[in-house]
Ligand binder design. Structure first.
Ligand SMILES: [Zn+2]
Length: 277
């Protein structure tokens, strides 16, 4: 599943090909994905210039003067930039055909499991951050506003395990299952610990770990950027070296004790009982 780093790397990969370009055509090949495609969207976008790209959590935002296209990659989606004239494959559901100095290019959404989304937020509907999918989101983990102080302050009444509080996304966005496991390991915090019982000092370490791990994943993803936009590229989600994630029973890279796997809210948690207290 694409996580925040993949979405950010995708944004950085497609941005130079679509920013400032004019949409010639928006092509939808089915009624919708997770939700129906907004009716009339092709007409709304045709002839309009893409002003910028942005990201909020795992939502890719393609900005126009009159609104914002909100794209989510779901469980299995990815975007590619292609030259014109390449026949769509199965599961290629949406094309944005743009024209610019280098001629015509196609931004194509491929989503086999169809949990992704393409939605429209018109400027006249109000501020983008008030969109129903965006307004409940926590702070961006790589922004200045994210810190141990914030985690500490926002968890004083949260008795759920810290792992689940991170995944909930209402305090901080983009810390998915993999990154939650890895950052708790790096900060030495047991994922079962009630969020309200973790000290400010330990939250400082956790916030630092989250920032470092996500930033490193984006840097690493940048080096595999070509996979995202290659004509014949596959999904391109990058594999990283994990300390605990998906390593059940394998010796901890730090202390050698076997990594444990438990279920928390239907999701697998991996941790080292020696290193994480
Ligand atoms: Zn260990």
């Amino acid at each position: 599943m694409p996580e925040l780093p993949e979405v950010e790397v995708t944004r950085r990969g497609v941005a130079p090909h679509i920013e400032g370009r004019v949409v010639e055509q928006a092509i939808f090949r089915r009624e919708g994905l997770r939700w129906p495609f907004p009716p009339g969207l092709s007409e709304l976008l045709a002839g309009r210039r893409i002003t910028h790209t942005d990201r909020r959590g795992k939502y890719l935002l393609i900005g126009f003067e009159h609104g914002t296209l909100i794209v989510h990659l779901g469980m299995s989606g990815h975007l590619r930039v292609l030259p014109p004239g390449i026949e769509p494959r199965k599961h290629d559901h949406f094309d944005l055909v743009v024209s610019g100095p280098e001629g015509r290019q196609v931004l194509r959404l491929h989503d086999p499991r169809r949990f992704g989304a393409v939605l429209w937020h018109a400027n006249e509907a109000g501020p983008l951050e008030e969109h129903e999918l965006l307004r409940g989101l926590g702070v961006e983990p790589l922004d200045e506003g994210f810190s141990g102080a914030l985690l500490h302050r926002e968890t004083r009444r949260r008795n759920a395990p810290i792992k689940q509080v991170l995944l909930a996304g209402d305090i901080v966005v983009g810390v998915g299952n993999i990154y939650a496991c890895e950052s708790l390991f790096r900060a030495g915090i047991n994922p079962k610990t009630a969020a309200s019982r973790i000290s400010r000092a330990r939250y400082d370490m956790l916030a630092e770990a989250i920032k470092e791990i996500l930033a490193a994943a984006i840097v690493q993803g940048g080096s595999t950027l070509r996979d995202f936009i290659a004509v014949n590229g596959q999904s391109g989600y990058f594999q990283q070296t994990y300390f605990v994630y998906d390593r059940a029973g394998v010796p901890c890279r730090n202390c050698g004790a076997p990594v444990r796997q438990i279920k928390q809210g239907q999701r697998s948690t991996f941790y080292c009982a020696q290193c994480q207290r």
